[in-house]
Design a binder for this molecule. Structure first.
Ligand SMILES: [Zn+2]
Length: 415
């Protein structure tokens, strides 16, 4: 069987034929010559209509999916047409478009692998450059964004994520329905404008279908939600509230450790950061021992830790009246604690009381861990695209991993 036969069965090019296949001079790549069907007229790339020929350009190379780790290139001399509507334009060919040096199939192939491996690993594995992988993913994602359907959405989670040092944040909007969890929107910064952009991209019927919105306590988001989707139940989700607790706890610990050092005490708080920040069930053996040791001291960090652990009970209530009572009692205790960061936390919780209690109204309908799960995946996606320079690349990487976008169809699945 000839390679041509295989090519014709996996990817027939309408109006063109695979003419001949040979090695390049170094015998390091396969070159596939493509010719247009005799007497076939070229298609104008501007309007998609058949048009009379004008001239033929120099031969171009298009990288195709490698065979047995041997790079494969299509070689073809593009014709130009004299179109009655568009003037002189380059013809349209079924395997590639415009300025790309890769075929559609190869872009889909690389993009699929780049979901499993990092972009750098993908480039190394298939003997191509990081830029080619990036451009392929970019093209597949843009295609997906144009062709995706948003439809009705029950719940969204709004998240902010740091993507670079120095307070550089992204605003992410996830769909967190039980049967569909995906990234819907990414924007730079975490301003009102960043979030408002999301509501411009969705239709009115999508907006009206929203029943629940989960966010953190970022004021800019609260303002936009109140304006744009006042009909939905707005919830402060557990993940974000407990994250804020973690920040406060860390503040107490850092301050106390510094003070102890100044006063010449034994540095017992050294290496204690994760013992205090993680939930007890997630600690390693060594950290558990350290935690036990710490709990013997009457430290402010320890008291703050116990207060945070106590607050976890809030989420266990099944009824919002009792949860509200617990919340008020907890805040009163915290205000008497004389630990400033915990007092700050109590004030914040009091200000957002109504949003916190909304959690109980949505109980059983919005899953607790969905925002957290997507947040972890987003961080992983950014690491996988490592090597990015621009914000645009991060945006593409996030949609690629989390967007559940449709892909262009190829006749044959290469991977
Ligand atoms: Zn035309």
């Amino acid at each position: 069987m000839q390679l041509k036969t295989i090519l014709n069965s996996i990817e027939k090019q309408k109006g063109f034929v695979y003419h001949s296949i040979h090695w390049n001079d170094q015998k390091s790549a396969l070159l596939v010559n493509i010719r247009a069907h005799r007497h076939s007229r070229a298609t104008c790339s501007g309007c998609g209509q058949k048009a009379p020929g004008y001239d033929t350009l120099a031969e171009r190379r298009f990288e195709f999916v490698p065979l047995w780790a041997i790079p494969v290139y299509f070689l073809y001399s593009m014709r130009r047409v004299d179109c009655c509507c568009c003037g002189v334009t380059v013809e349209e060919v079924p395997w590639s478009d415009g300025k790309h040096r890769t075929t559609f199939s190869y872009r889909v192939f690389l993009s699929r692998w780049a979901k499993r491996l990092s972009w750098k690993e993908t480039a190394t594995t298939f003997g191509t450059s990081w830029d080619t992988v990036q451009r392929s993913v970019d093209w597949v994602v843009r295609w997906g964004l144009v062709h995706r359907e948003i439809g009705e959405i029950e719940a969204i989670g709004i998240d902010e994520i740091q993507y670079r040092r120095g307070h550089q944040y992204l605003t992410l909007v996830y769909q967190i329905d039980a049967d569909c969890r995906r990234l819907l929107y990414v924007a730079k910064d975490r301003t009102e404008k960043s979030l408002r952009g999301f509501f411009y991209t969705i239709s009115d019927s999508t907006k009206l279908s929203l029943r629940f919105v989960c966010t953190d306590m970022w004021r800019q988001y609260l303002t936009v939600i109140a304006e744009e989707v006042h009909h939905a139940v707005h919830i402060l989700d557990r993940f974000h509230v407990m994250k804020k607790f973690g920040d406060k706890l860390n503040k107490v610990r850092a301050e106390e450790a510094r003070q102890m050092k100044l006063d010449g005490y034994e540095p017992i708080l050294k290496n204690s950061r994760w013992c205090l920040l993680k939930r007890p069930g997630n600690l390693t053996k060594k950290q558990t021992v350290k935690l036990k040791e710490l709990l013997q001291y009457n430290l402010r960090s320890v008291r703050a830790y116990l207060m945070r652990e106590d607050f976890q009970r809030f989420w266990e209530y099944s009824n919002s009246t009792w949860a509200g009572k617990f919340l008020d009692q907890w805040c009163t205790r915290a205000m008497r604690s004389r630990i400033e960061p915990m007092k700050e936390m109590a004030r914040t919780l009091r200000t957002h009381r109504a949003y916190l209690l909304n959690w109980f109204a949505a109980r059983g309908e919005v899953s607790n861990g969905s925002v957290e799960g997507l947040n972890n995946k987003a961080k992983l996606a950014m690491r996988k695209a490592y090597g990015f320079k621009s914000y645009e690349t991060i945006e593409i990487a996030l949609y690629h991993q989390l967007g559940r976008l449709p892909e262009p169809e190829t006749h044959h699945r290469f991977c």
